[in-house]
Design a protein around this ligand. Structure first.
Ligand SMILES: [Zn+2]
Length: 289
């Protein structure tokens, strides 16, 4: 009978919709705080997420690679990234962001304020203008609190870096620390050693369990004094296989080993993912060090 058939299909339809909704709610409620250092080749791209909230720090070089990673780590129905921080204008940090700015809604875009004349930076600026995304310049003391119990605080730049020379934009790298109970992560972009010294002189509370090693392990950063100051137990080096810069430098690896810091490299281990159950527990790394 057609009537019975209609009722039957309507019920089936409702059941399926109900199951999908229940699945989405279950997924959202069960999400832990996660910090994922993506393997995007030579470059940096880090996603901090919980529920359907995300903070993306840098985007690596390739839009395609980053979109693949976001497809894997962001639920398919979520087309919004709450906060993007672009640490400085180098292509291996902002190149991948261009497609993300095109394809996702961005609530807040924070950047160092440093500029350069590259094509990549031009394309990045163009899409920001087209989509009328409002930019905020990072400054010391800014706090981002989009996750329950977690906070991301910005420590550098201290003053406006908008007029910094193009060759020194690494010095403008946004430095931010994520705190979640006893867990802490320090993100340093491509910060060079002279700015590490400045941060120490300013006596900032930078100590962290996990350090995102600056500048892909370049020898011009991550000095022993800075490591003593941060006192990390674990270090993540975001670096591409056989890159032409020779990153990470043997000297940097030796300095980290000298301080008994466990090292994980994205070129050897792929994505480095920490899952943080709650503020009372230590975040757990999915991969073995
Ligand atoms: Zn870089």
């Amino acid at each position: 009978m057609p009537y019975r058939k209609t009722v039957y299909f309507s019920l089936l339809f409702l059941l399926i919709i109900g199951a999908i909704l229940a699945g989405i709610i279950f997924y959202a409620r069960n999400q832990k705080l996660q910090v994922a250092f993506f393997d995007v080749g030579q470059g940096d791209a880090i996603l901090i997420s919980r529920d359907s909230q995300q903070i993306l720090i840098d985007g690596g070089q390739s839009g395609q690679k980053l979109m693949e990673k976001l497809g894997e780590y962001v639920p398919f129905w979520d087309r919004e990234i709450e906060v993007i921080i672009s640490t400085h204008p180098d292509a291996d940090h902002i190149g991948g962001l261009i497609d993300t700015l095109k394809n996702y809604t961005i609530n807040q875009l924070i950047e160092s304020g440093a500029k350069n004349q590259s094509q990549v930076f031009g394309a990045y600026e163009k899409i920001i203008k087209e989509k009328e995304i409002e930019k905020q310049i990072a400054s010391r003391g800014m706090k981002i609190k989009i996750f329950d119990g977690a906070e991301l605080e910005i420590f550098h730049p201290k003053i406006s870096m908008e007029n910094i020379s193009e060759k020194d934009t690494n010095e403008a790298s946004v430095v931010a620390k994520l705190s979640f109970g006893e867990n802490s992560f320090l993100f340093t972009g491509d910060l060079p050693a002279n700015i590490e010294n400045q941060l120490m002189n300013d006596n900032l509370p930078l100590s962290a369990n996990v350090l995102k090693v600056s500048h892909h392990g370049s020898k011009s950063a991550t000095n022993t004094q800075f490591l003593d100051y941060i006192h990390p137990q674990e270090a993540i080096i975001s670096v591409g296989k056989n890159n032409r810069y020779g990153h990470p430098a043997t000297e940097t690896l030796q300095r980290l080993q000298g301080e008994n810091i466990k090292i994980l490299r994205t070129d050897e281990s792929g994505d480095a993912v920490y899952n943080c159950e709650n503020i009372n527990n230590k975040c757990k790394m999915e991969t073995e060090f």
